[in-house]
Write a protein that binds this ligand. Structure first.
Ligand SMILES: [Ca+2]
Ligand SMILES: [Ca+2]
Ligand SMILES: [Ca+2]
Ligand SMILES: [Ca+2]
Length: 337
């Protein structure tokens, strides 16, 4: 719970780190573990594995407050080849109604180039549990300016929908939800676009952040030019903004890492919270939805900017999802909950 700044302490050991994270500025008693590596730019996978760009794969191990890496199996070259896939796009794997989802139809009709190249996706495909593949193609006015679709139960019916970023050539990005059903893969809801071409947004998580029983979609609007964290909630076929807070960034312009955010119950109150970098990506802001507003419940300054995706995994075995990521320069850091 929020206890004011006095209880903010740094308890974790700092292993082989010359410039450890500063003491935590506010709110929760945040615990850290860090590990300096000899990797220049380690990648962090959603399951917490750490990939050296030179090839080796590691599994993070936490022993007390000591973070270390153990060798793990090498990655398969492309475990999910799918025809027509966006070349640099990923495959989202589901465990409910949808087995897999991926972006299709590479196109250069939107020349924004925020995600590593000017090739975006014109379509989306999902493979259902029964192996049926459904497809949805956008009209020429827009693209999916995204790399890997997200699977989440947005309407609360127990089955998963697909959450993607749709960008209009003339009006910029919107968040879009599609549903797989008897009529195929069809749009369920969409937010208003930002309103200006070449303005993008990056989803940060889907969960019932405010505990009202309905899921919210968190996004950072314009993460490169002063990002605003927004919560959207389904209302019919619309996705209105129900809360917003400025001062965030979960993407580096030109990077293919879109996962610089995590969802975990940081304060242990049973409701999921968001961990999102600040606008300079030199601190992590822990944010909860309370009384209809987004509230910062902790701030975790970083010695260097965050430089990788975040993984939300329970490293310390205490039940809460810990947040693992890399800093510029190759240091790994884990924020423990
Ligand atoms: Ca659903
Ligand atoms: Ca909710
Ligand atoms: Ca919480
Ligand atoms: Ca934990």
């Amino acid at each position: 719970m929020f206890q004011g700044t006095a209880r903010a302490i740094l308890t974790a050991a700092v292993l082989c780190l010359t410039t450890g994270p500063d003491a935590i500025a506010s709110g929760l008693d945040l615990r850290w573990a860090t590990l300096r590596t000899n990797m220049t730019a380690p990648r962090v996978l959603p399951d917490g594995r750490v990939v050296d760009p030179r090839g080796p794969v590691f599994r993070p191990v936490l022993d007390g407050d000591r973070l270390s890496l153990e060798a793990d199996d090498e990655l398969q070259q492309d475990p999910f080849p799918r025809p027509g896939r966006l070349p640099d796009g990923g495959v989202a794997m589901g465990r409910r109604n949808i087995h897999a989802a991926w972006l299709t139809g590479p196109t250069d009709r939107y020349r924004h180039g925020a995600l590593g190249d000017t090739i975006e996706a014109g379509g989306l495909a999902v493979e259902l549990k029964n192996s049926v593949v459904l497809r949805y193609d956008l009209p020429p006015d827009s693209v999916f300016e995204d790399l890997t679709p997200r699977l989440a139960d947005v309407d609360g019916d127990g089955s998963q929908e697909v959450v993607v970023v749709r960008s209009y050539l003339a009006a910029g990005a919107a968040v879009m939800v599609l549903k797989a059903g008897p009529d195929g893969l069809v749009p369920l809801a969409e937010s208003a676009p930002i309103g200006t071409a070449n303005r993008w947004l990056n989803p940060a998580g889907v969960a019932d952040f405010d505990g009202d029983g309905r899921p919210e979609i968190a996004v950072v609007e314009t993460p490169h030019i002063g990002g605003v964290l927004r919560l959207h909630r389904l209302a019919g076929n619309a996705l209105p903004v129900v809360a917003r807070k400025p001062g965030f960034s979960n993407h580096v312009l030109g990077s293919r890492d879109l996962g610089l955010s995590a969802v975990t119950d940081a304060d242990g109150d049973g409701r999921p919270d968001l961990v999102v970098p600040d606008a300079a990506r030199k601190a992590l802001r822990v944010v909860a939805a309370r009384d209809g507003a987004l509230v910062q419940i902790a701030l975790a300054p970083l010695p260097r900017p965050i430089a990788s995706n975040m993984a939300a995994v329970d490293l310390d075995g205490k039940g809460g999802l810990d947040v693992l990521f890399a800093l510029e320069g190759g240091t790994l850091a884990a924020l423990l909950f």
